[in-house]
Design a protein around this ligand. Structure first.
Ligand code: BJW
Ligand code: ZN
Length: 248
């Protein structure tokens, strides 16, 4: 893939980079996306499983669905796109990964500066006393996930529709976007807010914004460059380009 000259210059000179990732980032690892033909929401509606009311109504069912997804995620490995992003940390002054993904694959690929906007499926917490639990530590009473500390209900530490994002993480992501020179969007439909504001903040701050996706998204037309293709293929090529250009 031949990158435009303008983008190559940005890669050479950028210091602060924000990588904004969505479910498409992990598709090549075998984790289903949400929307689109093979997406989770094609078969299941979010209001039935991925919201607070659904959880309170049927915690057994919702928790089992999350355990099922955890089992899938545990067996998946980071793909070359995750590793390429982790490698970017060696080549820029600051790389901030702002991810909508809950699968922790950026951590497993070795990235350091990760802001998880929608939580992390490997963590859970008690609704009553806030005690945190890893998924293998939870006790069940009649299939309900129960806190050992206070007997309260334990829920996955993810952000459902209608719930606020973790404020400190959001503030940090907003600041990173407002002060970056390059923003790379990877594999998101860009329809979920406030997350989708992140690349817009970068654009407003005059950063160069690139979108990598297998098909154009809501955000693509507002970007400086759209790179059509799989992130697991394009991101390693970007890192290769950086290595070839930078004079170490
Ligand atoms: C590839 C590829 C490959 C495939 N390579 N690409 C402003 C305007 C309108 C609405 C709102 C607004 N502000 C708030 C809202 C409401 C709502 C919202 O956004 N609704 C819209 C959908 C209409 N937002 C919220 O409720 C948020 N909270 C909030 O705003 O709090 C304030 C508040 C409080 C109280 C009352 C009201 C407001 C919270 C949003 C939480 C989102 N949670 C989920 C579930 C997480 C848990 C779980 O997994 O079960 O997060 S929903 C789901 O969508 C998940 C994702 O992180 C998120 C984004 O999806 P993503 O990553 O973009 O995936 P896809 O599937 O959509 O796209 C995949 C893309 O990859 C596609 O484009 C493919 O082409 C591409 N692709 N393979 C490259 N190999
Ligand atoms: Zn508790």
């Amino acid at each position: 893939m031949k990158f435009p000259k303008e983008f190559r210059q940005i890669l050479q000179n950028a210091e602060k980079v924000v990588v904004f990732t969505g479910a498409g980032m992990s598709a090549e690892s075998g984790i289903p996306t949400f929307r689109g033909e093979d997406g989770i929401w094609k078969k299941l509606r979010p209001e039935e499983l991925a919201n607070f009311n659904a959880f309170m109504k049927n915690p057994e069912l919702v928790f089992e669905w999350y355990q099922h997804r955890r089992n899938i995620i545990e067996k998946c490995e980071p793909n070359p796109g995750h590793y390429a992003i982790a490698e970017m940390e060696k080549h820029f002054k600051k790389v901030t990964i702002v991810t909508q993904n809950i699968d922790a694959l950026h951590h497993r690929a070795g990235s350091k500066n990760i802001l998880e906007l929608h939580g992390n499926i490997t963590r859970n917490y008690c609704l009553s006393c806030n005690t945190f639990y890893n998924s293998n530590e939870i006790k069940f009473i009649e299939r309900k996930p129960i806190c050992e500390n206070c007997g309260g209900l334990v829920r996955p530490d993810v952000v459902w529709f209608g719930e606020g994002l973790p404020q400190d993480i959001w503030n940090e992501a907003e600041q990173a976007a407002k002060f970056c020179d390059l923003c790379i969007i990877v594999g998101t439909s860009g329809v979920v807010y406030p997350a989708a504001y992140i690349p817009m903040y970068a654009k407003e701050a005059n950063a160069y914004v690139v979108d990598i996706n297998i098909s154009p998204s809501e955000l693509s037309s507002r970007c400086d460059l759209f790179l059509s293709g799989k992130s697991g293929e394009i991101l390693p090529l970007i890192v290769e380009e950086i290595k070839n250009m930078k004079d170490y």
